[in-house]
Design a binder for this molecule. Structure first.
Ligand code: ADP
Ligand code: MG
Ligand code: ZN
Length: 741
């Protein structure tokens, strides 16, 4: 590069963008596109890809056309560039969000040569009506951002992205020159990279690939048991830090956000079902740190650039390692702490596979392969970083992980795998390098499947040779993975998943050397995601874990109830007793963590209960779950939090009902669920305005004496002429709140 060009690039960087020096490969990339070469950039998120086309666009003659998939991102970028310049026409976007007048203005500026960067959605570029326009002005180059959208093997395939090349050709033809193309993406496996280059016709592009290693992130995969509780516990232990919790379903998002709120965490849900305004509010709240934790479907995070996200939790394993990498990548952008915790259960994989059913065969096959890679990553007991980076085509020495993954931090016992790896390679050769890992393992295990029959695998000399001691499928899958990450085996890129022995592998067969192998993790005990593991106090049939203790507790409560002259349900609800038979609280403090047990109740009635549990624990040698106890949400509906908050504010009950579009009867029902689950609702303010104090006292008196909380029985006793059902229900809420909770 000439010294003057170098100088002017530096100058533009400073003058226009305000940065002192280029980051990573930026300068080389910019020089490549300015030299008219097709250029392919693979750089992790946050690496500074935008600048790689923005800067050359500004210093070039003509207008650069930038294809970008997201309308919101386009607008952000255009605003940012306009912010650097005092000429609004310098950057524009064309997409479906513009009206006719906007479009006319954009086209006018472009044709007048004012515009350096024109952002377009792929469907805008390929639209028949627009093509003429794109041939009417001087195009400096095409930039294809988020280029992985081209590949069906990427994590975000968009068919319109595959139709870009013909347009580029048309424009090039008109200009009688090859307009250079720069493609950029943050994730590309070797397979995706090849797809992109082929589709864009840029196989001989200059390639700039940065390392994907995020050296400060801690990767942790945990079995998915008690996941909601584990998440809440984790967040509580990290109170005050910013974090994201990803869930696959909206329902889970709302449920967990609510559970976090109830546990005193500043959290909010975020998903595509919310309107744009609400979502923007949540995003701002997160950036401004009014909110610490966002519980989101994957829709969250695309455009946000918060450097100090300290943890990313996956409630469900993502459907591909690309997604996993992207989503975990939002942690620790500033190079500081970044913990990535994923809860894994094979059941979730089965569920994700079910989603694929009904899709076109090709898409289904691709989806399955991506899932297999995910399984393999989750279950490996090798360095996570090494396996993840290998997936992106990068060699990594696990010694450099610095124990920043669960497997390096808590290594499993490894055994010499030299001979077994050799056997695995020989098996791949024996099936003529035409099969996937699973099929080759079947050969070694002597399992005859329909594929095996078709190819007469049972006639192979080494059929069944892998059956030995405790070597099972799981063991062999670890062996194959070791061979893969050591590059002795390669997966055929063209025919995804077919194993081939590399040159290095052939050399290994001639002269085997020591390679250690650890058995994969076995997560089969994990429960999967459908469990309702926030103990739902209103739910029936959850049952007590410790039946004996539960029975003892019930007896004890009856005893207390006689002494206190209160019905048993007013002492401790059955759901509370059930929870005690799981949590084994043995101090007053611990007892208050049980749902439905407040400080007052714990001190008033808790002594004998605690003594009883303690004795039971000691006599039966019970190991108590020492984890922090998590408060549960009365019910999954968002109405409840609203009601609790507004009753606190002494809002008229009719108004609360109205603003939530509930009938008064529905509101009563919701309030009943709330108090039955142990949360107080102080509705004295409302009752005092609407009901005689004497009348109130009479009902309280009744409930105090009664052995049942039935409204019917109460009305019968009190006289249906004197009391309405509504009144009695309200009084029961008051009674339960004052005496029972
Ligand atoms: P990517 O598209 O690769 O995810 P961006 O283009 O959004 O990354 O850039 C990420 C951040 O890095 C932005 O805040 C950007 O302003 C900043 N950045 C880019 N280049 C430089 C540079 N040379 N020096 C300092 N900061 C930079
Ligand atoms: Mg970008
Ligand atoms: Zn590691």
């Amino acid at each position: 590069m000439s010294a003057t060009l170098e100088l002017s690039l530096q100058g533009t960087l400073k003058k226009f963008f305000g940065f002192g020096k280029f980051k990573g490969n930026q300068e080389k990339i910019i020089s490549s596109i300015l030299a008219g070469k097709d250029t392919f950039v693979i750089m992790p998120t946050g690496g500074g890809k935008s600048l790689c086309y923005q800067l050359p666009a500004i210093v070039s003659e003509g207008t650069a056309i930038i294809v970008s998939p997201l309308i919101a991102l386009m607008k952000n970028q255009v605003d940012a560039i306009r912010g650097f310049s005092n000429e609004d026409g310098i950057a524009h976007f064309l997409n479906s969000s513009l009206n006719k007048a906007d479009i006319t203005q954009v086209k006018k500026d472009v044709l007048a040569g004012k515009t350096k960067l024109l952002y377009v959605a792929p469907e805008t570029l390929t639209k028949e009506d627009n093509i003429k326009f794109f041939t009417e002005f001087n195009v400096s180059f095409f930039a294809i951002d988020e280029a992985h959208c081209i590949s069906e093997w990427g994590h975000d395939f968009r068919p319109e992205y595959r139709r870009l090349r013909p347009i580029i050709d048309k424009v090039s033809e008109r200009m009688k020159m090859n307009i250079p193309v720069i493609a950029l993406t943050a994730t590309a496996t070797p397979k995706v990279q090849l797809d992109i280059q082929k589709n864009l016709g840029m196989l001989d592009a200059n390639l700039y690939k940065s390392s994907f290693n995020r050296g400060n992130l801690y990767y942790d995969i945990r079995p998915k048991t008690n996941v909601n509780k584990e998440i809440i516990k984790y967040v509580k232990q990290n109170a005050g830090k910013s974090g994201i919790v990803y869930c696959l379903s909206r329902k889970k998002v709302e449920e967990i956000a609510e559970a976090l709120q109830v546990n005193g965490i500043k959290a909010a849900p975020y998903h595509a079902g919310m309107d744009a305004k609400e979502r923007a509010k949540v995003q701002d709240g997160f950036l401004m740190e009014d909110l610490n934790v966002i519980v989101a479907t994957i829709a969250f995070g695309m455009g946000i650039d918060k450097p100090d996200v300290r943890f990313v939790i996956h409630h469900d394993i993502p459907k591909s390692l690309e997604s996993y990498y992207q989503e975990t990548g939002r942690a620790g952008r500033d190079g500081g702490e970044g913990n990535c915790v994923t809860f894994y259960s094979y059941d979730d994989i089965v569920k994700l596979e079910k989603f694929l059913k009904g899709k076109p065969v090709a898409e289904m096959e691709i989806g399955k392969s991506l899932l297999n890679e995910t399984v393999s990553f989750a279950e490996t007991s090798s360095c996570r970083r090494k396996v993840l980076l290998h997936y992106f085509g990068e060699d990594f020495n696990e010694a450099d992980c610095n124990s920043l993954c669960d497997n390096c931090r808590h290594p499993k016992q490894k055994a010499e795998g030299k001979e077994d790896i050799a056997l695995a390679l020989n098996a791949v050769l024996a099936v003529k390098e035409k099969h996937k890992t699973k099929d080759v393992i079947n050969v070694l295990m002597g399992t005859l499947t329909s594929t095996g029959k078709t190819y007469k695998h049972n006639d192979l000399k080494l059929f069944g040779d892998g059956v030995e001691d405790d070597k099972d499928d799981r063991y062999w899958s670890a062996v194959f993975r070791q061979a893969l990450v050591n590059n002795l085996l390669i997966k055929d890129i063209e025919n995804y998943g077919l194993l081939k022995v590399s040159d290095k592998g052939k050399a290994f067969l001639k002269k085997p050397y020591s390679i250690m192998v650890a058995r994969d993790h076995d997560y089969s005990g994990a429960e999967g995601s459908d469990d309702d593991d926030i103990i739902t106090p209103t739910g029936k049939g959850a049952g007590a874990a410790d039946e004996l203790l539960y029975a003892l507790l019930k007896d004890e409560v009856k005893k207390i109830s006689k002494q206190a002259k209160l019905p048993p349900y007013a002492i401790f609800a059955e759901t509370s007793l059930e929870e005690m038979a799981i949590q084994y609280p043995i101090t007053v403090e611990e007892l208050t963590h049980i749902n439905g047990v407040g400080q007052g109740k714990a001190t008033k009635f808790g002594k004998s209960i605690i003594a009883l549990i303690k004795k039971h624990v000691e006599e039966n040698d019970i190991e108590r779950p020492m984890d922090m106890v998590v408060k549960s949400v009365a019910n999954k509906s968002g109405n409840k939090i609203y009601i609790i908050q507004n009753v606190d504010r002494k809002i008229n009950l009719e108004n609360i009902a109205k603003s939530k579009q509930l009938s008064f009867n529905d509101l009563l029902h919701e309030m009943e669920t709330i108090v039955f689950s142990g949360t107080k609702l102080n509705i004295k303010y409302y009752l005092d305005e609407n009901m005689d104090v004497e009348k109130q006292e009479e009902v309280i008196e009744y409930f105090r004496e009664s052995t049942s909380d039935s409204i019917e029985a109460a009305l019968k006793e009190l006289g249906a002429d004197d009391y309405t059902e509504e009144e009695v229900r309200l009084m029961r809420i008051k009674f339960l709140s004052e005496y029972a909770n």
